[in-house]
Write a protein that binds this ligand. Structure first.
Ligand code: KIV
Ligand code: NA
Length: 264
């Protein structure tokens, strides 16, 4: 068996070759990502991307564990990180540990990720001191959509920068092995990256982050509308629909199944 990339191996990648990260939610997609990325995130974005929810608020621990198990089965080498869903960690460090321990034990993943800056520092320390590696997530934190008033790029007002930088520093200081920096002004992402000793993983952030992440379905062109920060490296949505339409035509006109698709 191939050895998995570990959280300490990611933590020492500050300032080096950018860390390649992508989300995956299923075993076959995880197998493909595993051959090219160092980190696979089972993001709670799965609630919106594959379950049709309008935000990540309704994602459950059971959903994260089920997709986490699938991704672990499909991958061999990448570090698998699993998002803690809304409501599973904010109440107390003890609640966070109990649910993070379930994620780790039932999936075999290498780490969890949770959203929030200084306010989550105590919880991050509680987990990391007890054997659960934590990836932080600052800037635009989608689980806070209801208090932020939607998905809004952070740091447009420079007076907000010190608080964002302090959030990232508090997360690093608490023991996070890396930090996702999402949806912030490029110059703020650069300041955060300079301010913390652990790698930053950018999404809608800056090329100077220590790594990058995208939602796989978004970059494959499988999602509908996507944020400005997504580059479509593929066009699988329209290609999939063309294939479905071709199948429907072939069934209706009697050309499918053909001679090659029947047993004689
Ligand atoms: O849920 C997710 O996919 C994420 C990434 C976008 C960082 O948190
Ligand atoms: Na997420």
């Amino acid at each position: 068996p191939i050895k998995r990339i570990t959280t300490p191996e990611i933590a020492i990648r500050k300032g080096g070759t950018p860390i390649v990260s992508l989300t995956a939610y299923t075993a076959p997609m995880a197998a493909m990502v595993d051959r090219h990325a160092e980190v696979i995130l089972v993001g709670d974005s799965l609630g919106m991307v594959v379950h049709g929810l309008s935000s990540t608020i309704g994602v459950t621990l059971e959903m994260m564990i089920m997709h986490g198990q699938a991704v672990m089965r499909g991958s061999q080498r990448a570090l698998v990180v699993i998002d803690m869903p809304f409501g599973s960690y904010e109440e107390s460090p003890e609640q966070a540990f109990r649910n993070a321990a379930r994620i780790m034990a039932e999936t075999g993943a290498g780490a969890v990720k949770l959203e929030g800056g200084a306010r989550m520092a105590e919880t991050i320390r509680f987990l990391t001191e007890r054997g659960i590696p934590v990836m932080g997530h600052v800037g635009l934190t989608p689980q806070a959509t209801n208090t932020m008033g939607g998905f809004k790029t952070q740091g447009r007002d420079e007076s907000d920068w010190p608080a964002h930088i302090a959030d990232a520093q508090a997360v690093a200081e608490a023991g996070a092995f890396s930090i996702v920096v999402e949806g912030v002004m490029e110059a703020l992402a650069d300041r955060i990256t300079e301010a913390v000793p652990v790698p930053t993983i950018g999404i809608g952030a800056s090329k100077r982050c220590d790594g990058q992440i995208l939602v796989l379905d978004d970059m494959l062109g499988l999602s509908g509308r996507v944020p400005r920060f997504v580059r479509k490296f593929g066009d699988l949505g329209p290609q999939s629909e063309e294939a479905i339409a071709a199948y429907a035509r072939a069934v209706r006109d009697g050309s499918f199944p053909g001679d090659g698709q029947v047993y004689r």
